[in-house]
Design a protein around this ligand. Structure first.
Ligand code: THU
Length: 138
């Protein structure tokens, strides 16, 4: 069971991209001014979203991916089937090291990571193994 990249309807991907772009606008990033949005598709077909949330005590800032994955778990999702990450401008961003580990924790075989620009059509599809080869697992 489960969906894999080849099963992912283009319309579902477009929905995820639109959700990530929309939530990015809510980012609380007064320090870096770099706004990030993320959208996660779980095993129920539910979409959870998150944006980065910085803090004046800098290390307490949270990435968009962490917020989206936390929302997925809080809403009952256990498997991150697809995650879309949208940075700022027309360049693609990839998840930070810590978020690579967070994604790996909740990913399943075939989980796709789509890095998408805020503007334009550029997008890159990565696997968990691409972003976290030989990652730690308990
Ligand atoms: N950031 C994310 O939210 N996700 C990433 O994948 C990379 C970086 C945030 C953290 C910080 O609020 C801002 O972007 C600049 O690093």
């Amino acid at each position: 069971m489960g969906i894999f990249v080849t099963d992912l309807a283009e319309s579902t991907l477009e929905t995820l991209i639109a959700a990530a772009r929309a939530v990015r606008l809510n980012a609380h990033a007064p320090y870096s001014k770099f706004h990030v949005g993320a959208a996660v598709l779980d095993e129920h077909g539910h979409v959870s979203v998150g944006c980065n949330m910085e803090n004046g005590a800098y290390p307490l800032g949270t990435c968009a991916e962490a917020v989206a994955l936390g929302s997925m778990v809080a809403s009952g999702g256990k498997e991150c089937r697809v995650i879309v990450i949208v940075g700022s401008g027309d360049t693609l961003i990839t998840p930070c090291g810590g978020c690579r580990q967070r994604i790996a924790e909740l990913a399943v075989a075939g989980t796709d990571i789509y890095c998408v620009a805020q503007t334009g059509d550029e997008r890159k599809k990565l696997s968990v193994e691409d972003v976290l080869p030989n990652g730690f697992r308990l």
